[in-house]
Ligand binder design. Structure first.
Ligand code: ZN
Length: 231
């Protein structure tokens, strides 16, 4: 239930953190791009006035959110600032992707509910390589979508691959991820391909943050009443 509360607060933060500043363009880097940030990207991410959490109901922001992101380079200039700003922008959320803060690079941050300490971890050039079992439907919200919550079918068991540093070199690392953490990985990886959860949700209309909160409160009350009965 805590997770749903988090998702709710996450949506509220999205509503509050509205901004009109524009994000940088990374066109013109072409084939030579090795994942290093351009001068324009560096100037944007270091500019505390200009950088912001993007919202899909702002035209300029939505253009960035809808782009396919290009590769990132672990340890290159500016990525430490990007990571810090992603963490700052997360609020009480459970995951965020670089395009959501205006950088179209393949970096995501995911809260690892599959680890005891539930740490926030960054993943560079992440790929979902394999899925297992059946998809399960669950509620999702997004920091960049103030309109509300929807239900999405996601895999519960996935293999991922991403860049990691080993002995000063960048190598590919693989992991198997299960449950809700796997859902976060799919939501954030979609962002890197310009896909938002509203594109892949069920046909039901979005629930507003208020409606969603009420539904969760009712469910919680019903569960508690049931528990009292069985005691
Ligand atoms: Zn999102």
């Amino acid at each position: 239930m805590k997770l749903f509360a988090k998702m709710f607060i996450l949506a509220l933060c999205a509503l509050i953190l509205f901004s009109c500043a524009s994000a940088p363009k990374n066109e013109g880097q072409g084939k030579a791009d090795d994942g290093s940030m351009s001068a324009e990207e560096l100037s944007y991410i270091n500019d505390t006035e200009r950088r912001h959490l993007l919202q899909n109901n702002v035209e300029k922001d939505n253009e960035i959110l809808r782009k396919v992101s290009i590769p990132a380079k672990l340890g290159a200039e500016g990525y430490d600032v990007l990571e810090k700003f992603m963490l700052e922008s997360l609020g009480t959320g459970v995951g965020i992707a670089a395009p959501q803060v205006g950088i179209n690079r393949r970096v995501i941050m995911v809260q690892r509910f599959d680890k005891e300490e539930k740490p926030f971890e960054f993943f560079y050039n992440i790929e979902i390589k394999k899925t297992y079992g059946e998809k399960v439907v669950g509620w999702e919200g997004c920091l960049s979508i103030p309109a509300g919550f929807g239900q999405v079918e996601r895999w519960q068991d996935i293999d991922i691959e991403y860049d990691a540093e080993a002995d000063g070199k960048i190598v590919r690392k693989s992991e198997n991820i299960k449950g809700f953490t796997a859902v976060i990985f799919q939501h954030e990886t979609d962002h890197l391909n310009g896909i938002l959860f509203i594109d892949v949700k069920t046909a039901d209309p979005l629930m507003t943050a208020e409606e969603y909160r009420e539904m969760r409160m009712k469910e919680k009350a019903a569960k508690e009443a049931q528990e009292e009965k069985t005691e």
